[in-house]
Design a binder for this molecule. Structure first.
Ligand SMILES: [Ca+2]
Ligand SMILES: [Ca+2]
Length: 347
């Protein structure tokens, strides 16, 4: 709030020749460290705003961050910034990840299409994260700029410094998946069409993932069948429109479940789970409701968005089986208590 550079420029320069702006900056910082806030220093972020009247765009430039807290054991962080123009949460941008630094220089520009007269009701939301390859990304903190005109009328690019406020999120957003379900009772055929995903968690250092969707048919905790979509490279918003088909007789429908995993493909090493979603009469919440809706309206494809959840530990282990191992399991005569007729379909 008080460290905005434009605010400082407006201060009287009575301190004279000894570089007043430096002096001001130091005193403000000292004041803050003396202030309470639970002593949680989350660093500062520098960004600029300008409104492009001609194209009706708000231009947000993420410049740099300073003095970020270390989130990794090595005493550093791998910061990146997510940018929303609230209340809209659909459009989101993010910077690249900067490896092992507490003072990253981002210098990346983003454009939000927004009519000028809507600006007073929009808020800029910046969330700073620490990228982690093998676990949930840590939230470093956030900045919410309630008044976009706080520092200027936005006709010229205005640089703003803000303290990053300590914030945690119970579950970092993993993204969402949309698919449709359709069941034909007479044929005993279930068609799951993976339509698309949005706002997936970034798994790669590029700030993107290489997502594909894996669907497993589960009975009594055992995976009977597994199918996958194609892989979409370098995106957090992939579109698939790909169907996977399972043959399940009506009398078995309440004994099976489907586990959907959105995976990040990697050329080297294991593919990692981004998030999962469980379906079936024994599932929870939307996963059960969508399943029941499919059964209540046979022959009709019904599509819904599902939020992705953190995988359970056991699911991670399953995903880490080598392809050869999985193959043996499928080829070997596994116990099939339902005597389900399962056959291969093209991916
Ligand atoms: Ca990290
Ligand atoms: Ca990848």
């Amino acid at each position: 709030h008080q460290t905005s550079s434009t605010v400082m420029r407006n201060q009287p320069t009575s301190i004279g020749r000894i570089k007043p702006e430096l002096y001001k900056q130091m005193t403000t910082e000292n004041d803050e460290s003396g202030n309470s806030k639970g002593g949680k220093n989350c660093g500062k972020i520098n960004f600029s705003l300008r409104y492009d009247y001609e194209n009706e765009m708000l231009l947000v430039k993420i410049l740099k961050a300073f003095d970020l807290p270390a989130k990794d054991l090595c005493g550093s962080s791998d910061p990146y910034v997510k940018i929303y123009l609230l209340p809209d949460r659909k459009q989101k941008f993010q910077t690249r990840v900067h490896r092992k630094t507490l003072n990253p220089t981002f210098d990346e520009s983003f454009q939000f299409p927004v009519p000028y007269d809507e600006l007073p009701v929009r808020k800029l939301h910046l969330t700073v994260f620490d990228f982690d390859r093998f676990s949930r990304h840590d939230m470093i903190g956030e900045v919410i700029l309630d008044n976009l005109f706080e520092a200027s009328d936005l006709s010229r690019e205005t640089s703003i410094w803000k303290d990053i406020q300590y914030a945690t999120s119970e579950s970092v957003d993993l993204g969402e998946i949309m698919f449709s379900l359709c069941y034909l009772p007479t044929a005993g055929r279930l068609t799951l069409t993976v339509i698309k995903c949005r706002n997936l968690k970034a798994m790669d250092i590029t700030g993107y993932s290489d997502p594909y969707v894996k669907v497993s048919l589960i009975c009594d905790g055992r995976r009977l069948k597994k199918k996958k979509t194609t892989t979409k490279k370098n995106t957090l918003n992939p579109t698939y429109n790909e169907a996977v088909i399972f043959d399940i007789p009506p009398e078995s429908m309440d004994q099976v479940s489907l586990h959907i995993s959105v995976m990040d493909y990697d050329l080297v090493g294991h593919n990692e789970i981004i998030g999962v979603c469980r379906l079936g009469s024994g599932a929870e919440g939307l996963g059960r409701d969508h399943w029941n809706e499919m059964l209540a309206y046979p022959r009709k494809p019904i599509a819904h968005w599902h939020p992705l959840l953190e995988p359970k530990k056991s699911e991670k282990e399953v995903s880490n089986l080598t392809p050869a191992h999985v193959h043996t399991n499928v080829r070997g005569r596994y116990n099939n208590p339902l005597n389900l007729c399962l056959y291969r379909t093209k991916n």
